[in-house]
Design a protein around this ligand. Sequence first.
Ligand code: FES
Length: 270
Amino acid sequence: MRRATSSLSAVPALRTTGMRATSSLFTSSSSAAMLKSRTLHSSVPRQGDHGGLSQHRDTPDNTIDTPFDFTEANTVEIKKILAKYPVNYKQAATIPLLHLAQYQTGGWVPLAAMNKIAKILEIPPMKVYEVATFYTMFNRTKVGKYHVQLCTTTPCQLGGCGSTVILETIKKHLNIGVGETTADGLFTLTEVECLGACVNAPMLQIGDDYFEDLTPESTVALLETLKAGKTPKVGPQTGGRKNCEGPQGKTTLFAAPAGPYCRPDLETCA
Ligand code: FES
């Protein structure tokens, strides 16, 4: 896998984030210093995969002929999902079915799975490819058992010890770079954009769980817990706070909202 650790890799990263890299920016006297420091991302721009291309490339376990079918349990699940949509809007189930396929394969979506989904939804395969390559939560190549998705967007860079410190900690502890998987197949490291938990920065996601308020020590402890096959505590890892409460603790929502509610069925929840 490609890994760009040189300072010049910041240039394409800037372009892909929509920021205009004007010539003056890169010809000023401070440009050399700026390029040497970590700016927005030190990894290559992610184009639908871990730094790879969106285009499909055949690998031994991922060709158009690689067999794929949903399990019996997932076939039942698909029926339930499809029942949520009008028959002429089956395409709306593309994302739920991609998620299902990704869970079934252990973290990635092979070409054959996308083709199978297209067949089930009675849509051209391209419609499924478009979705799977647009949303970064779908992996087009195999990932490790634990897909470590570290948020490196600005609030996470600035919060606590900062995501740059956490990134370096993970790279050093696992001996891998961004977009790489450990030799034992346990961990894959990816940089991602804001995961919506900025108040608990820095944070990372593994599977469906968030691990927040990270420090180098708690990050190593988290990785070691997973390596040992144990289940780590989710949420804030340091400081003892609950969820995203501020230092003063809970200050609102001590009772159920009084209403009025816009949906009568929710009134029974009060
Ligand atoms: S910036 Fe990291 S969760 Fe928002």
